[in-house]
Unconditional design. Structure first.
Ligand code: ATP
Length: 238
């Protein structure tokens, strides 16, 4: 299998506080890899460190065979790493459709971009209904859908998805994960998914890493993780 992302010894600090202690992880081409862990374990910081956003880093990050740990956030995005941050990062004063078009603004293939816009509306019919509505007036679930769709409009090879379930009702979370299942089978995109909701993350993911206080303490296939006693007790509530 080809690795789309290979991370070795990733350290991240906010000022003088070191939060990631040297993380190794891989994302295989076309797969969904989950990053699990409790509050404060360093999941969000890992995604920020991969795109060198708001945090100081050391260690090596190789994306499609190329080192990106010395690149800027903008360069990393342009190389094909899409980041859907927690807090979502949509432009609340713009409409749904303006946000989606902004997601694809750097692309030169106009006709394909238009087709992708329509495909996003197929994945997320709620967004189509709300295409002219200001993003700030969308529900939490719709804003999450918009953030994901906007990132997909850039045609990333790797999508970093930060806690898509955060603050949403269980039914909406189920909807979003069902759509993500479709996206992963139809789009050429690999996904690194941060989730506190281990149960739903392991349903979607192929492999998973468990973080505790800035270190990887376990990793394996989703099936292995679901069967691991410690994971079951601490994260699946069994
Ligand atoms: P959560 O689900 O609560 O966001 P997490 O696993 O994503 O948890 P992080 O947000 O990465 O955890 O936080 C890891 C540690 O880094 C925490 O101790 C947190 O307080 C600290 N931290 C996060 N952001 C900052 C920041 N901007 N400045 C200083 N410390 C921070």
């Amino acid at each position: 299998m080809t690795k789309v992302l290979q991370v070795r010894g990733l350290v991240a600090s906010y000022g003088s506080t070191r939060v990631l202690q040297g993380i190794d992880l891989d994302v295989e081409q076309g797969q969904v890899t989950a990053l699990l862990g409790a509050n404060g374990a360093g999941k969000t910081t890992t995604l920020r460190a991969l795109c060198r956003f708001q945090v100081r880093t050391q260690g090596s990050v190789t994306f499609r065979g190329e080192r990106i740990d010395n690149r800027s956030t903008e360069q990393i995005a342009a190389l094909g790493v899409g980041h859907v941050p927690d807090g979502r990062g949509t432009f609340l004063g713009l409409t749904t459709e303006e946000n989606l078009r902004l997601g694809g603004h750097a692309r030169r293939d106009r006709a394909a971009t238009e087709r992708d816009l329509e495909r996003m509306y197929e994945y997320f019919p709620r967004l189509k209904e709300r295409r002219s509505q200001q993003a700030g007036t969308l529900s939490g679930g719709e804003q999450q859908m918009l953030a994901i769709a906007r990132a997909l409009m850039a045609k990333p090879a790797l999508l970093l998805l930060d806690e898509p379930s955060f603050g949403l009702a269980p039914l909406i979370v189920k909807d979003i994960f069902a759509i993500m299942r479709r996206v992963r089978s139809e789009e050429k995109v690999s996904i690194l998914l941060v989730e506190q909701n281990a149960r739903i993350a392991l349903e979607l993911a192929d492999t998973a890493y468990l973080l505790e206080t800035g270190q990887v303490v376990k990793h394996g296939t989703s099936a292995d993780m679901k069967n691991d006693d410690a994971v079951r007790r601490a994260y699946l509530g069994e």
